[in-house]
Design a protein around this ligand. Structure first.
Ligand code: HEM
Length: 344
């Protein structure tokens, strides 16, 4: 059930409050002082505008479930990233699988992205949070396109329906925002959260123990292989099957992913997640994410967590990708809104 947004208490995020949370440079960089509605606020409002408000649910990746396991780095990972995360000792992982978009009741057969988020906490204090999607590209190149992209797909207040002309005009003016949809239109609907590949789409800079820096993107490749649904399977399945499928799969054994780093060459764009890098770029398998339980570890309340892609371990830094740099604030805002709500 959705409730009118007007009845929800909404502390507004101003440039001043962002400066308190993230430092003066962040607020000054992202938001002109005269802005009435900050960019993170416009982004989260646009998610709610398209998907409705589903109390206590994430404004994106709303439907999903939490799991737990470990990350085990390998020698190649140790050579590439100077972080204890790759020591080879298992690092405990909280994992969340999700369905793209802000509709907590969406069908698992939807042609949207699936999400793989995780938090690793090393005993030495290093942390790594990450949220990845089942497409090699993201749907916007710049954070300013995020709210208009969603608004172009939302109901027109005058008619109560989406406006195809508005969408066409947006797509023509922002052709790079159609690439993720084009990929998803051709990709099979995943049969399992554990049988689909996930990409960071954003670029990061890794530094090795020998102090060599490289730009990378990462991907999580299911070790059991990829599996999409046939049309007949799609017809026979209920709208909610992914959570049960994962439980059944885990009853048979762990679900694992290889972490691969794709290494950029000079000239590959690090500031645009709508552009893939050429296929011949080196792929380095740096470790494995192994999931063994469909519940977070004791004492972890996954519903109260968020996965901030700027929380990075030693040896990994954000790139200059403006989409990556803009993610922390709307995640905090969404967390704030959902924690302030009561489930109905
Ligand atoms: C400007 C760009 C983006 C905006 C404004 C945005 C916004 C959001 C928001 C508001 C949430 C809900 C957070 C929460 O309540 O905890 C979210 C979740 C999520 N986002 Fe983004 N996002 C952006 C880019 C990306 C990118 C580039 C990816 C991956 C390629 C991504 C993947 C995810 C995933 C998987 C979740 C679910 C996280 C979970 O399981 O808790 N997002 N996003």
């Amino acid at each position: 059930m959705s409730i009118p947004t007007s009845v929800i208490h909404r502390p507004s995020i101003t440039a001043a409050s962002l400066a308190l949370m993230f430092g003066a440079g962040f607020a000054a960089m992202s938001f002109p002082a005269h802005a009435q509605v900050s960019q993170p606020q416009a982004q989260v409002d646009a998610l709610e505008g398209l998907f409705g408000v589903h109390p206590t649910a994430r404004r994106s990746g709303a439907k999903g479930l939490c799991a737990s396991g470990q990350f085990i780095g390998n020698e190649a990972g140790r050579g590439l990233v100077s972080s204890a995360m790759f020591s080879g000792q298992p690092v405990p992982a909280v994992v969340r699988f999700s369905l793209g978009g802000g509709n907590a009741k969406a069908s698992d057969k939807s042609r949207s992205v699936r999400g793989l988020s995780f938090e690793l906490k090393h005993a030495n204090g290093e942390q790594w949070q990450s949220a990845n999607v089942s497409a090699p590209v993201f749907f916007v190149a710049k954070p300013e396109q995020f709210a208009p992209f969603l608004q172009a797909r939302s109901n027109d207040p005058a008619t109560g329906k989406p406006n195809p002309e508005r969408l066409k005009a947006f797509n023509e003016a922002n052709p790079e925002t159609t690439r993720q949809g084009a990929y998803l239109a051709k990709a099979p609907i995943p049969a399992s959260y554990g049988a689909v590949q996930y990409w960071s789409t954003n670029a990061f800079e890794v530094t090795s123990p020998r102090n060599e820096s490289r730009f990378v993107r990462w991907q999580f490749v299911p070790e059991a292989g990829l599996k999409g649904l046939t049309d007949d399977e799609l017809k026979s399945l209920p709208d909610d099957f992914l959570a049960d499928e994962l439980r059944q799969r885990l009853a048979r054994g762990p679900v694992s992913f290889a972490l691969q780093f794709q290494v950029a060459q000079a000239g590959d764009p690090t500031n645009d997640p709508t552009q893939v890098w050429p296929d011949d770029r080196q792929l380095i398998t740096a470790g494995r994410l192994v999931i063994d339980k469909v519940e977070p570890a004791a004492g972890v309340d996954c519903d109260r967590m968020m996965f901030n892609p700027l929380v990075l371990p030693n040896g990994i830094k954000p790139s200059n990708d403006p989409v990556l740099l803009a993610r922390a604030a709307p995640y905090v805002l969404s967390l704030g809104r959902r924690l302030g709500e009561v489930k109905r």
